[in-house]
Design a protein around this ligand. Structure first.
Ligand SMILES: Nc1ncnc2c1ncn2[C@@H]1O[C@H](COP(=O)(O)OP(=O)(O)OP(=O)(O)O)[C@@H](O)[C@H]1O
Length: 851
């Protein structure tokens, strides 16, 4: 195997160590040659193929023989009652079974004498084994299938004999018959029945984790809003009782993780995605052609040139972007298990399912959210007509002729799309942008000249009766429910009334700005709610920074489900500056550790890493673990930058620059979008920006690099820029009581014992430098650490953390000691330290001399 070769190429010692490791635990110990050659015969590919074929043939043989037995058993029975030897070898005797005497004899033994029709399970088992050997594919987990089959055979045999012990004796077979007779003599017919039921339920409980507690529970996702409210009133009681049990239960669940059936391993998200959606259809507006025709009949010649059309909504969901990944240099360590061994591990235990940490966790039901507005758009024909006339007239005043005009009605604004007459230059209209806006004299008019890629001119005019886009309607939309994004966010609706969903993982960070009271907090809540509706606590963690201590406080209820915090801190929601600085630096450490993990796993990004981990291709013994996404939300960013300045800007810029591949995403919100807050380095790393209404064109340019946000009408009217495109959206509305219900629903469920702990960060200024290290007082693991560092030729604390299972502090101290001892070089920023000793022999000598 190439991977193993790499390791053995590198140094001799690890290779021989590894060989001995590989041999350990194998069937034949000791150096005996004959065993080894027998072993290699068994492992030979041809032997495996022939064995696989034999098993499949055997399975086919048994299937045909057993099936035939059901029809021919009576005919063959009398002959078989002779001795088996006579039956097989006497040429006078002819068997009716389709597979002759062998078929008759095999079925007689399996079905009649042993287990009755349960013997068909042997057909399945032999097939599974044969298929696995031949194609190296496990159709079902083998060991588990054997376990279940063992019980299945015994149980079916008993059950069949219990019911058919007279008439159709063979259904239960000799085993079932004898055991039934004995049981019925001991505990009677009814008692035997009870025993069979009991053993069946016990089997289900053990093998499939059958839960009786769920049987009478009502289905929470389908319950109506009333019930949810009542449930939440009973919160305190439930929480208390939950808390007292949860740690023990959690451990139990983790211990039996591998015993879960495949159904139970399905993520809980699926339930939500089935909810029917109808909003999209409702809100598609089609101006009836007849109405237009009627109108046309009444209009003048000139008017005939203009008609209203409603554009078909286009799919504006985030396009697939190419993943930006990390470059992989030399591999450091390899997987010591072969592909086959890995496959069999997956076959045996099933894929790793992170959601089994909290298997009963339910995503919030949609009923928690309220429906605002009508949910459908009423087109006011008069309004459309009046606006059209005003636009045409205004343009005429500037001598601009148009060919056609069509209207697309959105929830809060209507887009009038104009095709200018031939010869009219778009630049002319562009120059008159402000004058036209002034002539139309309405707040919120935005002129897009030209609409990118279309060569038409757009004029957005606010609707007189805007409709509220409720969070409920967009969460329920099919687009959101069925989207397979890593971090799906449903922000609201586009101008063509289409639900707008994007993948935060691809953005990969978000900057949100807007003057006070224009919908920023609602927007943040919409982002958080979207993620909470789709993700399991094992898949996502939030770091929440809220200097105002009001906006995000509601989310403290979900601390032990979804929040991340520094070790030894009380509250997960961060409100003071020093803690923000420590947390951001801690995230940088987390980022470095994750990069290390990705590198050792030979993958480019978190998605690939987790996929590999789920397939059990990364061993937790080597420090690998399932990595949840981390979304960092910083509200009131301006306050933070004003007080902490560079100290926060630097780690933020670093995370923004590098964290995409390892699943850390930033959302920064600010009221004051001035250039000293949204600095160049921040802007450069935040291609995705959202602007709610701002007070000036300058602010708009600071956020979006273009004007327009000052023309918005507020109340969630927003512009989203993703690099090149600028999209106008109506943000979905979610009110505080809804957020409260949402967090309560999650908070009331069983949780992790604590919030997700980020790595400890020691303030450089407070920490001791390598110069202060007392080498006489070396850490007990100093020598082991030195060996690991020299073996890998990589001086990093995170390597030690993983290899020696150390906390960040202790690993950091050992690194300082290694530096003081001259084994590694000084700190070099984000790069690993240089290792000053080249091989293990020199190191051993060096360590001896140290003593
Ligand atoms: N998407 C929306 N749809 C309808 N109304 C909205 C929407 N967003 C906000 N509003 C209205 O605007 C009000 C203010 O919104 P929000 O609290 O989000 O503003 P803000 O920008 O966060 O203000 P501040 O910065 O002062 O906290 C809300 O109470 C609501 O009435």
């Amino acid at each position: 195997m190439a991977k193993n070769q790499f390791k053995s190429d590198k140094t001799e010692t690890p290779a021989s160590e590894k060989e001995s490791k590989q041999k350990k635990g194998k069937l034949f110990k000791g150096p005996k040659q004959s065993f080894q050659s027998f072993g290699s015969f068994i492992k030979d590919e041809k032997t495996k193929n022939v064995t696989g074929l034999l098993f499949i043939l055997l399975s086919a043989f048994l299937l045909v023989a057993f099936s035939s037995f059901l029809f021919t058993w009576e005919a063959d029975q009398s002959k078989l009652e002779l001795s088996l030897g006579d039956f097989l070898w006497d040429p006078e005797i002819v068997a009716e079974n389709w597979l002759g005497k062998f078929g008759a004899a095999a079925s007689h033994v399996f079905i009649y004498k042993w287990f009755g029709i349960a013997s068909f399970i042997f057909v399945v088992l032999t097939f599974l084994v044969g298929f696995k050997i031949l194609f190296k594919i496990s159709l079902l987990p083998i060991r588990r299938s054997f376990r279940i089959s063992f019980f299945g055979i015994i149980f079916t045999s008993l059950l069949m004999s219990y019911f058919f012990n007279q008439s159709l004796f063979f259904l239960g077979g000799g085993f079932g018959y004898q055991v039934n007779i004995w049981l019925q003599s001991v505990i009677g017919f009814i008692g035997t029945g009870f025993l069979i039921i009991f053993s069946f339920l016990t089997f289900l409980t053990i093998s499939f984790n059958l839960s009786f507690s769920g049987i009478f529970k009502k289905n929470e996702t389908s319950s109506d809003e009333e019930t949810i409210k009542t449930n939440t009133e009973a919160t305190a009681e439930k929480v208390n009782s939950l808390h007292s049990n949860e740690e023990v239960d959690l451990e139990d669940e983790l211990a039996i993780e591998d015993e879960f059936s495949e159904e139970e391993m399905m993520p809980t998200l699926k339930k939500e995605s089935k909810q029917p959606e109808d909003d999209e259809q409702q809100q598609e507006i089609i101006l009836e052609p007849t109405a237009v025709e009627e109108k046309e009949n009444q209009t003048t010649e000139e008017d005939k040139a203009f008609s209203f059309e409603v554009a078909q909504p286009e799919d504006s969901s985030g396009e697939e972007e190419e993943e930006v990944g990390l470059e992989i240099e030399d591999p450091i360590e390899d997987d010591e298990l072969s592909d086959e061994e890995l496959d069999s591990r997956v076959a045996e235990f099933g894929e790793y399912d992170p959601t089994l940490d909290l298997p009963n966790y339910k995503n919030p039901p949609i009923d928690i959210l309220k429906e605002y507005g009508s949910g459908s758009i009423k087109v006011d024909k008069e309004e459309l007509e009046a606006n059209k006339n005003r636009i045409v007239k205004t343009l005429e005043n500037y001598n601009i002729k148009i060919d056609s005009i069509k209207a697309t009605v959105g929830p809060t604004v209507t887009l009038y799309e104009i095709v200018p007459a031939p010869g009219v230059r778009i630049s002319k209209i562009k120059n008159l942008e402000d004058d036209i806006a002034l002539s139309l004299a309405a707040l919120g008019i935005r002129i897009i000249a030209p609409i990118p890629g279309r060569g038409t001119i757009g004029i957005e005019v606010p609707n007189q009766n805007p409709d509220i886009v409720s969070m409920r309607s967009v969460i329920a939309s099919e687009k959101f429910q069925t989207c397979k994004y890593e971090l799906p966010v449903v922000m609201g609706k586009t101008i063509s009334n289409e639900t707008f969903v994007f993948d935060l993982a691809k953005m990969p960070h978000l900057l949100m700005a807007g003057a006070t009271g224009q919908g920023k907090s609602v927007g943040l809540n919409a982002v958080l709610a979207s993620l909470l509706y789709k993700k399991h606590p094992a898949q996502l963690k939030f770091v929440l920074v809220d200097p105002k201590k009001v906006e995000l406080t509601l989310f403290n209820k979900i601390e032990r489900h979804f929040l991340a915090k520094l070790p030894d801190t009380e509250d997960a929601i961060i409100t003071d500056n020093q803690k923000v600085i420590n947390t951001l630096n801690s995230l940088c450490i987390e980022m470095d550790t994750r990069y290390e993990l990705l590198k050792t796993a030979f993958v480019r990004n978190i998605k690939e890493y987790n996929t590999k981990f789920i397939k059990r291709k990364l061993s937790p013994e080597k420090g690998h673990k399932y990595l949840p996404y981390i979304v960092v939300v910083i509200d009131e960013f301006a306050d933070l930058i004003m007080t902490a300045g560079k100290e926060v800007e630097q780690p933020i810029a670093r995370i923004a620059q590098l964290a995409r591949a390892i699943g850390i995403h930033l959302i920064i919100a600010t009221q004051r979008p001035s250039t000293n807050i949204i600095t160049g380095s921040i802007k450069a790393n935040f291609p995705a920006r959202i602007a709610f209404r701002v007070t000036s064109g300058i602010d708009s340019r600071t956020i979006l690099d273009s004007g327009g946000a000052e023309q918005l009408i507020g109340r969630g009217d927003m512009l989203l820029s993703n690099g090149s495109d600028l999209i106008r959206l109506q943000c979905a509305f979610i009110d505080t009581p809804e957020v409260e219900l949402l967090t309560e629903f999650i908070g009331n469920q069983r949780a992790y014992p604590d919030a997700f702990l980020l790595p400890e960060y020691i303030d450089e200024n407070g920490g001791g430098a390598a110069g202060d290290v007392d080498l006489a007082d070396r850490d007990a693991l100093f020598e082991d650490a030195a060996r690991i560092i020299v073996q890998h030729q990589q001086g990093s604390a995170s390597l030690l953390q993983r290899r020696l299972k150390l906390g960040y502090n202790r690993a950091g101290r050992i690194v300082d000691q290694l530096e003081a001892a001259g084994i590694i070089g000084p700190f070099e920023g984000s790069k690993a330290r240089q290792v000053l000793i080249q091989d293990e022999a020199s190191l051993e000598q060096y360590l001896n001399n140290m003593d």
